[in-house]
Design a protein around this ligand. Structure first.
Ligand code: SF4
Ligand SMILES: [Zn+2]
Length: 319
């Protein structure tokens, strides 16, 4: 797929394509859920995910829609612990907790450092706490937070893609080497990492999307991550919709997600998950969507490559 769009992709253009943000409350997470996840020690256990409300991420990545549920200004000190306290009262018990904040946990304008100690004490009954961060915001603050935590800390980092041209166009403002350096820093301090990898970012065909997702898995595991999540890219944030209209982006097909997951599990280098949220967006065949979704979930939980789904849509080759 041609990468030429005639559009200068930069912060200004990306921001200009946005619609309105959702209304959020700085004292409530904007969502939460509990899901099953296979742990590093091969057990299937409940993992709670809190989607914390906080100030918008300072990066403006081309494919990102997380800004929709953020505030324009820093939330007051104490608001994040209040969100966690509220959510934990509503949720069924779980052993593991993801504190995802639509940006970077170690961005002081998102999560005030003054709140680290109360957050650590609120989550002390979990076995694992997973937070997310831009690779360039990894520094001694992670160690400071880790030292306050009783649960094991894992940090999720967006690698996105190791295609250098596409990574630059994603406006992530980092290189694969930045990512590897951050993984190295965290691993060196006993903190495990997981990578987010995109399936079919803009400017690539379906087969290139699969190829680069697989190379990104290779790179992430070689860098030392413990686990990878493969995320099919969607439109919906304004910028991606413009690229879709211009033919510079098409969402990937669910069959490509199956292929990349099979590849990743086959590496036997660590856990590999397919993100199945809103998975119906990635299929145009009503005959096999449910079966393929079940297969992805089963492979996520078993970390085994299960029997393929055969369907009449297999005759349609992917573009
Ligand atoms: S760093 Fe993450 S949260 Fe921030 S804009 Fe990029 S993808 Fe979105
Ligand atoms: Zn089908």
């Amino acid at each position: 797929m041609s990468e030429y769009t005639g559009i200068p992709i930069d912060d200004r253009w990306i921001l200009a394509q946005r619609g309105k943000k959702n209304t959020v409350d700085p004292f409530r997470p904007y969502a939460w859920l509990v899901e099953k996840e296979r742990t590093a020690s091969a057990r299937i256990e409940d993992t709670a995910i809190l989607f914390l409300t906080n100030r918008e991420c300072p990066y403006h990545c081309l494919m990102c829609d997380l800004w929709k549920n953020t505030t324009d200004v820093r939330v007051p000190a104490g608001a994040i612990p209040a969100q966690i306290e509220w959510a934990l009262k509503q949720m069924p018990p779980a052993r593991h907790l993801k504190l995802y904040n639509s940006g970077s946990f170690f961005d002081g304008k998102a999560i005030p450092e003054a709140d680290y100690a109360s957050i650590a004490s609120q989550v002390s009954h979990f076995e694992t706490v997973i937070v997310e961060s831009h690779p360039r915001l990894i520094n001694d603050k992670c160690l400071q937070f880790r030292d306050m935590l009783k649960p094991e800390l894992q940090v999720a980092l967006g690698l996105e893609t190791v295609n250098p041209v596409i990574l630059r166009k994603l406006n992530k403002r980092m290189t694969p080497e930045d990512f590897a350096g951050s993984v190295n820093f965290l691993t060196g301090h006993g903190i495990s990492t997981r990578a987010f990898i995109l399936l079919r970012p803009p400017f690539c065909s379906e087969s290139e999307g699969v190829f680069w997702a697989e190379r990104s898995l290779d790179f992430a595991f070689a860098a030392g991550v413990e686990c990878c999540t493969v995320i099919p890219v969607r439109a919906g944030n304004g910028a991606m919709d413009r690229l879709l209209e211009k033919g510079a982006f098409s969402p990937p097909d669910i069959r490509s997600l199956e292929k990349v997951l099979e590849y990743g599990i086959g590496l036997k280098a660590g856990r590999v998950f397919a993100d199945v949220w809103d998975i119906g967006l990635f299929s145009s065949c009503n005959h096999c969507l449910d079966q393929r979704t079940r297969r992805l979930v089963e492979m996520n939980l078993s970390q085994q490559v299960t029997e393929r789904v055969y369907c009449q849509c297999d005759a349609n080759t992917l573009p």
